[in-house]
Write a protein that binds this ligand. Structure first.
Ligand SMILES: Cc1ncc(COP(=O)(O)O)c(C=O)c1O
Length: 440
């Protein structure tokens, strides 16, 4: 099942994905981008630079770097760009991928409009009503929201402190294989994971486990969608590895970008993987977003130019050390105030702590009313659980320490502890009144 080379990637796609073709007009943009200056460009609906109202855009960074965007660069920064990305930036981002996550084959990379855009388009081309879809339990809430309209047959795989448990994945794959009667269209085609600093579980999959999961993907012919916004948020000294790096079988689509590393608002992420699959994402972008904002791309291009790889690595270190220290504050505060009230794993990366609340079956009221009324906002864990018969468990919460002022974390967890105690008391009273036959 695991042959490389001229694989027919259409087998992994649904009808929509198979039917998606290049849009001629947007394909011409690629030619425009490399056409000699004297080309008589009368093909695209490009605007004349004469009508652009901008003269100069100046950028100053906190580290003292500064640059201005003017002349031809300014025209590029406000003009249409090829769908796959502003070519000089695409080249720079490919260099970054090759530096940290070099795939063992000549993979394709395009710039997508944030991770959301990349993963949503993969779901759109692969998911089918009733077809098994493997995912971590819990998984990224917006990912589940993206999957919902396709009504897949969710196969959530439980996690421990190191992410999904390969033995459970294997068991589920085998169950599906037997039920499919050997028909690949009834077997799962996709495994969706956030392998590092998972949102919401805060888990990171160690290399040995990644390899086991990758082998299962090869054995059962799955595409892995590696949603990796927190790759650079690791707190350990050893840099993690990605599925992409081990993808000798060319079956990983990795979406990883700059949103969590420098600026979410620029909407810059990269989708990397086998060309036939990445092209389908690009065709979809051609007729939806067109391309990621040109000005975002130009600013990042200029910034990376000024920084070089060393400057990029410096930013990675700033991000790592910031979140590592906030995580430490959050974990200490959780131990101080929430011991005995919640169970949690200490994250090794990312910006989330997943807490199982002890003695509360349903945290919705606790989170949405009690905690919110006292100024603490967290998310009920059910938002991150795939739909299932009887509904998902509702006894977990996700805490993010990404934005909060670290000085407020202690107070926030103190309040959280108080509202959990109140909720436990309330639920006990409610249960007692029901057993005693008193209307609650
Ligand atoms: C796992 C995961 N995937 C995707 C996203 C969306 O990222 P972006 O802002 O790049 O679209 C997030 C953001 O919170 C995330 O945690």
């Amino acid at each position: 099942m695991s042959s490389t080379g001229e694989r027919d990637y259409d087998k992994y796609l649904n009808d929509l994905g198979r039917r998606r073709k290049p849009a001629l007009l947007r394909t011409l943009d690629d030619k425009y981008a490399v056409a000699p200056p004297d080309t008589m460009k009368m093909a695209g609906g490009y605007c004349s630079p004469n009508i652009f109202p901008f003269k100069n855009i100046s950028v100053e960074l906190k580290d003292g770097t500064s640059f201005s965007i003017e002349g031809d660069d300014l025209t590029e920064a406000v003009q249409y760009q090829p769908t796959g990305g502003f070519p000089p930036l695409r080249k720079q981002l490919k260099e970054i991928i090759d530096h940290f996550n070099k795939p063992p084959y000549d993979a394709e990379t395009i710039i997508v409009s944030g991770h959301q855009d990349g993963i949503c388009k993969v779901f759109e081309m692969m998911l089918e009503r009733g077809r098994p879809l493997f995912l971590a339990d819990p998984s990224y809430a917006s990912g589940i929201d993206m999957m919902r309209p396709y009504v897949p047959d969710y196969r959530p795989i439980a996690e421990d402190a190191d992410g999904i448990i390969p033995e459970l994945l294997h068991k589920e794959l085998e169950k599906v294989r037997i039920a499919s009667g050997g028909d690949y269209n009834k077997m799962g085609n996709l495994l969706y994971l956030v392998p590092h600093g998972s949102n919401p579980a805060g888990t990171s999959i160690p290399e040995e486990r990644l390899k086991k999961i990758y082998k299962l993907a090869c054995d059962y012919d799955l595409i892995i969608l590696e949603d990796d916004p927190y790759f650079f948020h690791y707190y350990t000294e050893e840099r993690p590895v990605s599925f992409l790096t081990m993808d000798t079988d060319q079956r990983v689509i990795r979406v990883a970008g700059l949103t969590k590393l420098m600026t979410p608002g620029f909407r810059i992420a990269m989708a990397t993987g086998p060309k036939p699959l990445i092209q389908k994402i690009e065709y979809h972008m051609q007729i939806t977003v067109g391309h990621v904002s040109s000005i975002s791309q130009m600013i990042v291009h200029k910034m990376l130019n000024a920084w070089g790889m060393q400057g990029f690595i410096k930013q990675v270190e700033i991000v790592r050390s910031y979140y590592r220290s906030v995580c430490e504050i959050a974990v200490n505060a959780a131990k101080k105030h929430l011991t005995g009230l919640v169970k949690f794993h200490v994250p090794k990366a990312g910006m989330f702590i997943w807490m199982e609340v002890v003695g509360v079956d349903d945290v919705t009221e606790l989170v949405m009313t009690r905690a919110a009324a006292r100024g603490v906002m967290v998310v009920p864990g059910s938002a991150f659980m795939a739909p299932r018969p009887g509904g998902p468990p509702a006894n977990c919460i996700r805490v993010s320490f990404g934005t909060i002022d670290p000085n407020k974390i202690d107070k926030a967890f103190k309040i959280l502890a108080e509202v959990i105690r109140e909720e436990v008391k309330h639920q006990k009273t409610f249960k007692n009144s029901k057993t005693n036959g008193i209307a609650a």
